[in-house]
Write a protein that binds this ligand. Sequence first.
Ligand code: ADP
Length: 476
Amino acid sequence: MFSKKEIKLFRTISSKITLWYTFSVLVILVVSGLYFYYRLQHVLNKEIMDILLDESEDILQHFPEINLNLDSLKTEIEKETSSGKFFKITALLYDTEKKSIITSVNSLGFPLKISEKTMNNAKNGIETFETIKREDSDYNYLLLTRPVFQNNTPKYLLQMATSLKPIYKTLENFRDNILLIMPGIAVFTIIGGWFIAKKSLAPVGYITNATKTITALNLHTRLKPTYTGDELEELTNTINLMLDRLEDSFKKIIQFTSDVSHELRTPLASLKAGTEVILTKPRTAEEYRELLENNLIEHEKIINMVNDLLVLLKTDAAKQDFKIINLGKMLHELYNSFKLITETKKIDCSVVKMEDIVVYGDQKLLYRLFSNLLDNAIKYTPSGGNIYISLKDSGNEALVSIKDTGIGISENDQDKIFDRFFRVDASRSRETGGVGLGLSICKNIVDLHKGKIKVKSTPRRGSTFSVTLPKNHFNC
Ligand code: ADP
């Protein structure tokens, strides 16, 4: 029935808003039209009842208390009933036997009846309003019957009647006007609604088209702010913030790739050069051994770096193998496994405080974290220096600190040491075998455990690395 293009048009937000808007306006119009129609009907009915009551009141004032002078009364009735310009009123006077005494000139042209109920009401001194229908007319009549008392006894019945045609005419007029303006309002609402919806949603088209053109090659492009202060401005800002983050991540990935290539080039180049030297001429077994040992060192560097990169990727990736870990036990094992190295380097390494604390974490990663810190402390502390390991309970957290009396880190560099491939002194680190990945691995592991890592350091005096890990963090 509808083409694909038409169905798509109906599904647009503009169409939906327009349809809802038009539907709401029409419902409001119909409901308020009906309300005003019935209100007007009520007011006009009340008005005409009041007129009949007023006119009858005027006539009743002319009733003599004792003797009824029919001629003067008839003149008075004629006067009262002929004064109405809009409503033609007929008045009739009956005695209590329902015998007509006076009929005004404004005759209705049909006889009026007095029902039993009306008669009973009159006897009780109550007036009665009735709506009567004439067979030969489209309009009803309103009839008022009032008792006339003389010496406190009902003597006569005064009837006042008028056609309700003027009321019906007014109501018909009102209804016709409403029906006439309704299509006009509907058309106006559809056009107006469509225009407003299109105008307010115009930025959506721009946002869609502009976003489609953004690729990895032009990730620096940003959407123009709409400055409309509405949801679309918020959407534009949110997309721009997302692009900021994406661009940042892209830059980091590019930087990381280039850093990795750069760092691998040096050991690979020395490996190549070493191999070329070996091949230049025949050598003694001793010379071969020495050159191959040099090559082995470069191999080890490459393997260490690749291992570090794998750990980095692992900590960047999803959930790890978390379980309950006794930190004290782990630090003791660490201390024992590094004992030989510290002794060889003549560094005094001691455990100053060790509380019994358990945390929820990945055993291998946490071991890697503390061994990296201890390894650095040993690397950057000269012989004769000290290293202190401690584990403290600080409320909801376990606090591990590894303090050394080594070369220290300048304040400037303290912020950068957790960045990938950052080394304070590249040549010195190369000597020690580091490529600047150790602390960034530490930072990743700590983040994964929702903990914190900090450094306090004074050049030539030493550094303290503190790691806090949440004790009750069982939902990592
Ligand atoms: P690396 O593998 O080069 O040691 P890290 O990421 O472990 O890389 O450390 C980054 C830099 O921070 C190191 O190059 C070193 O200059 C500095 N650093 C780390 N730990 C210490 C320490 N305990 N004392 C002094 N400097 C340190």
